[in-house]
Design a protein around this ligand. Sequence first.
Ligand code: GTP
Ligand code: MG
Length: 240
Amino acid sequence: MPCSRAAFHIAAPFFVFHPEKTRGNAKKTGNPVFPPIDWIMIVKSSEFVTSAVKPEHYPEPVLPEIAFAGRSNVGKSSLINTLVNRKNLVKTSSTPGRTQLVNFFDVNKAFTFVDLPGYGYAKVPKKVQKSWGPMIETYLSTRETLKGVVLLLDIRRVPPGKEEMELMDWFDHFGIPAIIVLTKADKFSKQKMGKQHRLIAEAVNRSKDYLVPFSSKSRLGKEKLWARIDDLLETPEAPG
Ligand SMILES: Nc1nc2c(ncn2[C@@H]2O[C@H](COP(=O)(O)OP(=O)(O)OP(=O)(O)O)[C@@H](O)[C@H]2O)c(=O)[nH]1
Ligand SMILES: [Mg+2]
């Protein structure tokens, strides 16, 4: 039921019940693991809050937070823009290494999206490269309002890189819930996309259903991803 979802309460009235979508998506996915998508997200406001390197520069930990992680140029900033229906809320670039700080964005005054700097781009100066790992790790391990991470993998890359596999182990180890998104799905035909989806699911040892193919160009996967984000936002606080 849409009204029982915690994030619905957090973000109300921004999630709206959408019975036609429920029927359509349930039929299409036949998804036994995740609930059908029974609402659509209405983004009424999205705004840049601040950029930070160290925890003392992070905003006050008040609203629940979702972070976006992935290798440089994988499409993190574009994906956030797509989710919030903005062209340039987050700066994107065809030059990898564009996002070099931890950037915080408020959505609907209800929760925060965090664009993490992309890792693994050799042409960025060594000093900057070296600071990325600690910057990301410090954020992920200390942020008390972090509800989960969206990890972006390029759908063209089979198997995903060593860093991605390490990040997934790291999320598991620290009990950080993660959503895996396969970006740039528009680069393939539907059939090839399905094949890549299957191969990546095998490589990361997850069910196919767990991975969300996504395109910032066609907006494929947008509603499914919002539904997963909502699931993370409704995760209850850890006791103590
Ligand atoms: N075809 C296609 N191109 C995309 C998609 N998403 C992003 N791109 C392109 O990929 C490039 C990098 O996108 P960004 O969103 O800036 O990537 P990023 O992960 O934020 O990169 P860094 O900030 O360097 O870590 C840009 O040229 C985008 O236009 C997509 O879904 N489809
Ligand atoms: Mg970026």
